[in-house]
Design a binder for this molecule. Structure first.
Ligand SMILES: [Fe+2]
Length: 192
């Protein structure tokens, strides 16, 4: 991870996490989005990854807010078979990795062999701001009924958000874990 960070020094990542996944032949992971920045690294076997645009209708703003607020399980996101027409399809073989846009919906299907892979999660200041804005928007949408809520992380609309959300000091409801997917809190560590 240090060499990767040196290679891409644009924004220093923190709250990094690695999860090893060992999965059976032909199993699949349902359509879902992850809250942190995430990559998938293949060690053994082959997976087919479908990566969808990180925009509506594939992921709506209210759905993202519910995901962040812990009101929607990752794998309960609405999915329609026609979404596949808009997916990037990648065959992930051993030694390859894939990274996709933040919150981009994706699903995974193993080929007919045992698969060993790992996911890496990370946060950056930019990702944390995005999280905080969507958390604040979800909070306001639920209490005020407002529908037009900006996702900008700069300017007046950002600074007008509730302070707790803007500072990233909010704690989402503890999410349910499923299939090795789980959400991480994006608080910025003092030594990051
Ligand atoms: Fe995922």
């Amino acid at each position: 991870m240090p060499s990767l960070r040196n290679a891409y020094p644009v924004s220093r990542a923190y709250k990094r996490n690695l999860t090893i996944l060992i999965s059976s032949p032909n199993v699949s992971v349902k359509y879902h989005s992850d809250v942190p920045g995430q990559s998938l690294w293949q060690v053994r076997g082959t997976k087919k990854l479908y990566v969808y645009p990180a925009s509506k209708p594939f992921i709506s703003q209210p759905a993202l807010e519910k995901l962040i607020l812990g009101q929607l399980r990752e794998t309960d996101m609405p999915y329609e078979p026609w979404y596949d027409d808009y997916a990037e399809v990648h065959m992930l073989e051993a030694g390859k990795m894939l990274h996709w846009p933040l919150n981009g919906p994706h699903r995974v299907v193993n080929e007919n062999m045992l698969n060993v892979s790992f996911t890496t999660e990370h946060w950056t200041d930019e990702l944390r701001k995005h999280y905080a804005v969507n958390y604040a928007n979800g909070f306001m949408r639920g209490r005020t009924g407002f529908n037009k809520l900006s996702q900008q992380t700069t300017g007046l609309s950002y600074y007008a958000k509730p302070r707790a959300g803007r500072n990233g000091k909010i704690q989402p409801a503890q999410p349910a874990k499923k299939e090795g997917l789980h959400r991480r809190l994006p608080g910025r560590p003092q030594n990051a």
